[in-house]
Design a protein around this ligand. Structure first.
Ligand code: ATP
Ligand code: MG
Length: 413
């Protein structure tokens, strides 16, 4: 097949590369975004500044600052891209000699790079161009896909820990192979490819994993429902394909473990390596609105829920409680408490009625909240087991994407 050397792809969606070292804060498991300036690799910022009289009075300073920011950013971006283009040309120049290598010689390049890094003879940046040329050749031999020049630029931006925006269908999956290979060359460092669902993780591991394997790296895949041992084995690979929620929950569980043996993510749950986030808008913005919460499941007192629902159905808004739509909350008033206590025949909603029991207050207030604020198939849906058809629980629906957020629970029950 003829190599498509001169084809140019335009631009594509959103992917993020982040570097983390050691323990990173839970709120930003792959820290570094904040510390790395955001570069819109192909964006243009040609909006003129309007200075209406009102902007002179009210928003002049803001307009002036944002205009300065925009032109500075644009200049920086152009310079950055120009530098990357020079590197692309150097990578292209290496192509004839890399093409000459046999499969074994190409794979041996990985060992050579690893040794040079281990001996401190070269940094990742020194190796970038040759490593990218090697990955491009491997992808051509294994998948018959040769990285376009813009895909090399995308790979370099990700290696720099930046945000690369690429439109749908333009080959982000292939782009990720470049920085992931390069960063996995460091001893004991993993490259994570984080994506939004198990299907994509498997698809990418099976397809793109072939390129890494051809070059002698190990490839791991994490899927929902995997046992601890299997997870541990897969996380030890050089390149790991995983969803954001699996990785997030493994990170949280590792931090609850009392022993190193009980962790799956390497030493004491430390995330040390490199990470590319595919579909970054969904992972880092939409899904990040619902925090991952890890909590112990306690047996649900079914009777209490049923009774609380009956009571909630009889309580009336603005008589027994007020609804705070803005904060998605419901507050019972004095009459609400008194009537509920009377109906239940108890002295206080806040005291357990017997030893080992829990107070009624959270049951009643959650039941009223469910009645007023949570609608079936809008905020949540009932999940069924695909094999038996039995109900298996409730799934929270993501307000932005309409997708069910598997494994998530609301924080107050
Ligand atoms: N350099 C290339 N040479 C040949 N085919 C390519 C190349 N890059 C990508 N493709 C093909 O383009 C198609 C789209 O690629 P991919 O799924 O990675 O796009 P994407 O940018 O991730 O899109 P989406 O936003 O839909 O996830 C795939 O069939 C892929 O094999
Ligand atoms: Mg994709």
């Amino acid at each position: 097949m003829l190599r498509p050397r001169y084809l140019e792809s335009s631009l594509l969606l959103l992917a993020v590369a982040c570097q983390s070292s050691g323990l990173t804060p839970l709120a930003r498991p792959f820290g570094g975004i904040g510390s790395n300036p955001h570069v819109n690799v192909f964006g243009s910022l040609d909006r003129p500044v309007e200075q209406s009289s009102s902007s002179l009075k009210m928003g002049f300073l803001e307009d002036w600052i944002s205009a300065t920011d925009e032109s500075t950013m644009k200049k920086q971006n152009e310079k950055y891209l120009k530098d990357l283009q020079v590197r692309v040309e150097r990578i292209n120049a290496m192509e004839p000699s890399v093409e000459e290598l046999s499969d074994e010689e190409l794979a041996a390049k990985t060992v050579e790079f690893q040794q040079r890094i281990a001996r401190n003879e070269a940094t990742l940046d020194d190796l970038l161009e040759e490593a990218f040329a090697v990955v491009r050749e491997a992808a051509w031999r294994v998948l018959e896909q040769r990285h376009y020049d813009v895909q090399l630029i995308g790979g370099m931006a990700l290696h720099d820990g930046k945000l690369a925006e690429m439109a749908t269908g333009e080959g982000k999956t292939l782009v990720a192979t470049l920085p992931c290979y390069l960063n996995a060359l460091r001893p004991n460092k993993t490259s994570f490819v984080v994506t939004v669902n198990d299907y994509l993780a498997r698809r990418d591991a099976e397809k793109m994993g072939q390129v890494h394997k051809f070059l002698g790296l190990t490839v791991g895949l994490i899927q929902g429902g995997m046992k601890e041992e299997e997870r541990k084995k897969n996380y030890q690979c050089d390149v790991v394909y995983v969803t954001n929620s699996e990785l997030g929950f493994d990170y949280l569980r590792d931090h609850l473990s009392y022993t190193i043996q009980g962790t799956v993510l390497g030493e004491a749950g430390q995330l040390d390596g490199f990470c590319v986030v595919d579909e970054a808008d969904s992972v880092l913005i939409d899904e990040a609105r619902t925090p991952l919460i890890i909590s112990r499941q306690i047996p649900a007192p079914e009777n209490k829920y049923r009774l609380a629902k009956q009571i909630a159905d009889n309580l009336r808004p603005n008589v027994h409680y007020t609804v705070d739509l803005k904060n998605k909350n419901v507050v019972l008033n004095q009459k609400g408490y008194r009537d509920t206590e009377k109906a239940l025949g108890i002295e206080s909603l806040f005291m357990p009625t017997s030893k080992g029991d829990t107070a009624w207050a959270p049951f009643v207030s959650n039941a009223v909240k469910a009645k007023e604020l949570f609608n079936k198939d809008v905020e949540y849906t009932v999940l069924f087991d695909p094999l038996t058809g039995d109900k298996r629980g409730i799934g929270i629906i993501d307000a932005f994407t309409g997708r069910v957020l598997e494994g998530r629970r609301w924080s107050d029950g």
